[in-house]
Design a binder for this molecule. Structure first.
Ligand code: KG4
Ligand code: ZN
Length: 347
């Protein structure tokens, strides 16, 4: 089985070909970072236009690098949401057009499902498992039972964790994108210098909250002498923020592990996925939490944590394998909760 995957939900234009044997035959990612950098964040219209300019060439390149013709494909999978609607439509329409012309099965992929299933592509882990999905738009803990089978244990009541990284980095005056810049600054910083709050720590349930932490960083900055931060203070503040996030994620994950073990006695793996899972400090904290709770820990390699199309192709393979295909009128969905029975998170 060979599936073409297409991803255009945020600021990466990506195409990939993946085999049913978990081989990634090609994985092409074009980042739009330079186009958005002057604005300090992703501009939806610029993103959509850029996806439109590049998607055709990227699909051709992904097929060429995989040594695959359209006639060798068994299906086409494209992200249908959640994400920036203009960009999602570009990838979704491209995928549908290929499926229509080549008479291939089509799969409309939920971007978060693609992140959640990535550890099966990279590590071949078995269902069920517990997943912590941390990205620019999401922060949630889920039991993963199979393609389309998710039970949400908790999610953020305000900001997503990647969003908190990005906004905090901006306040501290670090570069764009914020997450990687903040991690880099934190490397040499003292995580104990600033006493920042750990929202939700010790509370029942598995929900997250990050807006109070962001506000605390703002207050800390306001209390410092005016003018640009000296590099030492910037890296101490970055390290203090990152440590607060690590403590919160570890606490929430430990609670979710307890619940998961009760509901799924056969499961024993915690996976972390999504762009923020690229953060080495957070990975280490979560690995420790998993180990001290008797769980195996799996995090995909960095390049498959951030947005890519190999994960979309793989989600397509999983869904096709489960007999799940979509019609060519599948809509683009700016919001699309993974757990269809759960209420939408606030904010
Ligand atoms: O999954 P992703 O590539 O796109 C979304 O679907 O949101 O995640 C992007 C997010 C951004 O907020 C980015 O700042 C964050 O992941 N991120 C990081 C790191 N690398 C990316 N956050 C913290 N540390 C990192 N090293
Ligand atoms: Zn993502």
């Amino acid at each position: 089985m060979r599936v073409l995957g297409i991803e255009t939900s945020c600021d990466e234009t990506a195409a990939a070909v993946v085999g049913g044997d978990r081989r990634i035959l090609s994985n092409v990612v074009l980042s739009q970072l330079d186009e958005h950098r002057p604005y300090g964040g992703v501009v939806p219209e610029i993103a959509a236009r850029s996806h439109l300019d590049h998607i055709g060439g990227l699909v051709a390149r992904a097929l060429r690098e995989a040594g695959t013709g359209y006639e060798d494909l068994d299906g086409v999978a494209a992200t249908a949401g959640p994400g920036l609607i203009g960009g999602v439509m570009v990838g979704l329409m491209t995928g549908k057009a290929i499926a229509l012309v080549r008479k291939l099965p089509f799969v409309a992929v939920n971007h978060m499902e693609a992140h959640a299933l990535t550890p099966r592509l990279t590590d071949g882990i078995e269902f069920p498992y517990l997943a912590l999905l941390v990205s620019g738009g999401h922060c949630m803990l889920l039991a993963v039972r199979g393609p389309g089978g998710y039970r949400r244990y908790g999610s953020t009541v305000d900001d997503a964790v990647g969003e908190a990284f990005d906004k905090t980095a901006k306040m501290i005056g670090l570069g764009y994108p914020g997450g990687p810049a903040l991690e880099e600054a934190a490397r040499t910083g003292d995580p104990a210098r600033f006493d920042l709050p750990r929202p939700m720590l010790g509370r029942p349930g598995c929900d997250f909250s990050f807006s109070g932490l962001k506000t605390a960083v703002r207050r800390t900055l306001d209390a410092l002498p005016a003018g640009p931060l000296d590099p030492k203070t910037a890296s101490d503040l970055a390290a203090s923020f990152q440590q607060a996030v690590a403590d919160v994620l570890a606490d929430r994950a430990a609670r979710a592990i307890a619940r998961f073990r009760e509901e799924f006695p056969g499961g024993s793996t915690l996976v972390v996925a999504g762009g923020v899972a690229a953060n080495r400090h957070l990975r280490a904290a979560l690995e420790k939490t998993a180990q001290s709770n008797g769980m195996r820990f799996v995090a995909p390699p960095l390049a498959l944590c951030t947005d890519n199309a190999a994960m979309v192709a793989w989600a397509g393979i999983e869904r096709l394998g489960a007999g799940l295909t979509d019609s060519l009128d599948a809509p683009a969905r700016p919001r699309w909760p993974l757990d269809e029975t759960a209420a939408e998170p606030r904010g």
